[in-house]
Design a protein around this ligand. Structure first.
Ligand code: PRP
Ligand code: ZN
Ligand code: MG
Length: 226
């Protein structure tokens, strides 16, 4: 995919919870695309706005590197990577531009159902599995609790049964995954939904105008929905 200066490139999730609603929302802004054979790139036919289909966790980095201009991603992913940058003493280079009203979920701390929950101090010295180590570390520090963070990129919910961890910190939407694993949510670290993410610094004139046009159309599309 060649670099582009006169077209806007938006990264969206290739597959998963946000993939379909992200495309539907962008289509409702009057965008239509021609898909490449490998289905990773969609060329905008009605406006010079293209899509790149990627893993959601890669979206903030693609914006940071300037490979993509904007992205549709869960606030949870954005917040985790921002927290990681801040913990590293770096200034975040991407930020939330607009909440998009779908993909609602929360990042929650969950413990085995048979624990009598008395509060965060109970986690002291315990192992907590998560894909959100920076948000969890920040929350633990805020609560004044010292615990071991076990980083797992997936299947976090089975970690307690495997003896890898005592508790978990993961996304909860319907709650079915927690229930199926005999876990219960006891604290919320972050309320999440899909957001439009973009660079902290703006764009040059051409892409700036395209981004402003897209924002106006998104605003309109979201207003009609609510
Ligand atoms: C999240 C989370 C849980 C599940 C919770 O994963 O990691 O597995 O959703 O949803 P529920 O409360 O409705 O059961 P997701 O499907 O977003 O995919 P990922 O873990 O691969 O990112
Ligand atoms: Zn993911
Ligand atoms: Mg999952």
């Amino acid at each position: 995919v060649p670099p582009s200066r006169d077209r806007l490139r938006i990264a969206i999730q290739k597959s998963g919870r946000l993939a379909e609603p992200a495309r539907t929302l962008l289509a409702s802004c009057g965008l239509h695309w021609r898909e490449s054979r490998d289905r990773l790139f969609c060329y905008g036919e009605t406006l010079p706005v293209d899509l790149l289909l990627v893993r959601d966790d890669d979206i903030p980095g693609l914006i940071a590197d300037g490979v993509c201009d904007l992205g549709v991603v869960g606030r949870n992913v954005l917040a985790e990577q921002q927290a990681a940058q801040v913990a590293d003493g770096r200034e975040p280079v991407f930020r939330e531009w607009l909440p998009l009203g779908f993909g609602g979920c929360r990042l929650a701390l969950a413990v085995p159902e048979d624990w009598g929950w008395q509060g965060p101090a109970q986690l002291s010295g315990k192992r907590i599995a998560t894909s959100y180590p920076s948000l969890l570390a920040r929350w633990l520090a805020d609560e004044g609790v010292s615990a071991d963070v076990v980083m797992l990129s997936g299947s976090v919910e089975i970690a307690p049964r495997l003896g890898q961890a005592d508790a978990i910190c993961d996304l909860v939407s319907s709650g079915a995954t927690l229930a199926a694993n005999q876990l219960k949510p006891v604290a919320t670290l972050c309320e999440s939904e899909a957001v439009l993410a973009g660079p902290v610094a703006g764009f040059d004139a051409v892409r700036g105008e395209l981004a402003a046009l897209l924002m106006r159309r998104l605003d309109g599309a979201l207003r009609i929905r609510h």
